[in-house]
Design a protein. Structure first.
Length: 301
């Protein structure tokens, strides 16, 4: 009779780990750091800081000539770093002070549109019925109206100012936020936790503010920088057409309009403010896309 010899090896690593009372080690997932997003955020912070501290920066007043007109960008004094405009004023100083108008109008109009649009979309998506029909009809009517025609009409009827431009831009972005809020409300109102709160006797106010609204803030707030970028472009377009902030208050679009006649001989009068607009809008879009992919739960569910 042949004896069967069984070779025994060491215990399995998983068994040994379980026997020791420890979970198996799971490698940590390392996400790539979006360098462009960090650069975009740094540019926006720099722009905000320069606009907030424009009065204390070592720059000449935006309406005071600092040298011969149409000087190209050059090293040396800070006022002449980006050259001078057609009247000899510092382009850098006018860019910094113009950032106040562009950022203020874009931020205020975006926040107002965010608040009003989120409220209307939340009510329409939750209560539905006739209220939803009325809000949807109003939103479609506002979206059907040409945006530029609306802005031109307001600028021609009312006195051109930051308030007038802010009002017109707010009316333009309310329908977008309303539609986005309504779509998200329709999706979240069908979730189990909302039905559970309803079955437990929670009122409409509690369900709206405690269950649905917290889930709407992230996607709407992530969309806000993209809307602000569009508003900055719209404000620059109005200023370029001469219907924006009245001079001598500088605006990026107004600076492009002032330098368009000298584009062939002095292109920096147009390209410097246009580059600032491009970089700012690009940075806002990058930050908005990053916030949406990070905080929008609908992309991860």
């Amino acid at each position: 009779m042949t004896d069967t010899v069984t070779r025994t090896t060491g215990p399995d690593p998983t068994t040994r780990t379980a026997a020791a009372g420890r979970l198996p080690a799971v490698p940590r997932i390392r996400r790539r750091r979006p360098v462009l997003v960090y650069l975009a955020a740094a540019w926006l912070l720099l722009l905000l800081g320069a606009a907030a501290l424009a009065d204390v920066l070592p720059l000449a007043p935006y309406a005071t000539p600092v040298g011969p007109p149409r000087q190209p960008p050059q090293p040396g004094p800070l006022d002449l770093l980006l050259g001078t405009d057609t009247m000899g004023r510092s382009i850098l100083s006018r860019l910094v002070h113009g950032a106040r108008i562009s950022l203020l109008v874009g931020t205020v109009a975006g926040l107002l549109g965010f608040t009003v649009g989120a409220t209307l979309g939340l009510l329409a998506g939750y209560f539905r019925g006739r209220l939803d029909t009325a809000i949807t009809l109003l939103t479609d009517a506002m979206l059907a109206f040409p945006p530029l025609i609306l802005l031109l009409a307001l600028a021609s009827v009312l006195t051109p100012s930051a308030g007038t431009i802010g009002l017109g831009l707010t009316l333009l972005v309310i329908p977008s936020f309303t539609r986005l809020a309504r779509a998200n409300t329709l999706a979240w109102s069908c979730r189990e936790f909302v039905k559970a709160a309803t079955n437990m006797g929670a009122g409409h106010g509690r369900i709206l503010t405690r269950e649905i609204l917290p889930n709407l803030i992230a996607p709407l707030a992530a969309y806000l920088p993209i809307v602000m970028a569009a508003l900055i472009v719209a404000e620059g377009s109005l200023s370029f057409l001469g219907l924006g902030i009245p001079p001598p208050q500088p605006s990026w679009g107004q600076m492009i309009n002032d330098g368009k006649d000298a584009l062939a001989t002095d292109p920096h009068l147009v390209f410097v403010p246009a580059t600032v607009i491009f970089v700012t809008v690009f940075a806002l879009n990058l930050v908005g896309d990053h916030l949406r992919t990070t905080f929008d739960r609908t992309l991860h569910d």
